[in-house]
Structures are given as structure tokens and as C-alpha cells.
Design a protein around this ligand. Structure first.
Ligand code: FES
Ligand code: FES
Length: 156
């Protein structure tokens, strides 16, 4: 199996990984970081969203080896060094932006990308920006509120 080297949540990682392994499977099964969820495995639900070089990516639609030499961040890697939550995580908590929580890691990772790279925070912009993330509990109302609050906190 070819070796794969990348940076995962700020740490250098090296593992032997089959060429056909998906990034999502590498994260969950090899590295045991199960905060990245797999809902559809076909690039539709967004539950598996992580950041690669700072941009949101559906990790089920990328081979692990395509992340070679790159910087991957999962939901486990966005809290501050002292363990305090990322402002977007705090906003989801305070706004009750989750029910079962299955979609939440992907929502949070997409929302951070949305704010960082598009500066979006009107309701319409948030809804459009998160259209690739599906909540099967249909808790969209509070998710949108959470993203708007998180966006304001990130900018402050
Ligand atoms: Fe990747 Fe659904 S599991 S988009
Ligand atoms: Fe259950 Fe979104 S909170 S899938």
C-alpha cells in the first residue's frame, strides 16, 4: 500500500493507505476520527464535510491520496488549543441548531467556510450557501440562525 503523508488537525500524519480509499474512510476508519459522518457516500448530504487547505470539501468525494501533502481539518480540529469551542460551534449550541446531530459536523465545517470565504450571513445567503448540506431532522430554521450568530461572532 502506498504511504500517505498529510497534516491532520495540525499534526503530521503518515499511514499506508490503499489507493482507492476515500478521504472520509481514511479519516473515520484509519484515524478513528468519527466526528466526520458519512450519510450518503455519494456527495449529496454534506455530513462528511471537512476542510482541505482551508476550503470545505465533501470527504466522500475525494480519494485519501488526493490529500497528500495537504492540510486537512476535521470537526475535531476546530476548537481552540485550550479546548474552548469554535464560535460557530458555540452558536449551534446556543441556537439549538441541531436535533440528532448527525448533520452537525458537516454543517459547522461548511458554515465556517461560508463565512471565511464568502462573508455570507443574510438568511438567503446562508440557505443558499448550505444547500449542499442536508439535515434529515429538517432543523433548518435554527441552523440558519446559528450560522448567522456564528458568522457575527467570527467577524467580531
Ligand atoms: Fe459525503 Fe454524504 S457522506 S456527501
Ligand atoms: Fe439530525 Fe440534522 S440534526 S440530521
Amino acid at each position: 500500500m502506498p504511504a500517505l503523508k498529510l497534516t491532520l488537525n495540525g499534526r503530521a500524519v503518515e499511514r499506508d493507505v490503499p489507493p482507492e480509499a476515500l478521504l472520509s474512510d481514511f479519516i473515520r476508519e484509519t484515524l478513528r476520527l468519527t466526528g466526520t459522518h458519512v450519510g450518503c457516500d455519494t456527495g449529496q448530504c454534506g455530513a462528511c464535510t471537512v476542510h482541505v487547505d482551508g476550503r470545505a470539501v465533501k470527504s466522500c468525494s475525494m480519494l485519501a491520496h488526493q490529500a497528500a501533502g495537504r492540510r486537512v481539518t476535521t470537526i475535531e480540529g476546530i476548537a481552540a488549543a485550550d479546548g474552548s469551542l469554535h464560535p460557530m460551534q458555540t452558536a449551534f449550541n446556543q441556537c439549538h441548531g441541531l436535533q440528532c446531530g448527525f448533520c452537525t459536523p458537516g454543517m459547522v465545517m461548511s458554515a465556517i467556510d461560508l463565512v471565511q470565504h464568502h462573508g455570507c450571513h443574510s438568511e438567503a445567503q446562508v440557505r443558499e450557501g448550505l444547500e449542499g448540506n442536508i439535515c434529515r431532522c429538517t432543523g433548518y430554521q435554527n441552523i440558519v440562525k446559528a450560522v448567522q450568530q456564528g458568522a457575527a461572532a467570527m467577524k467580531a
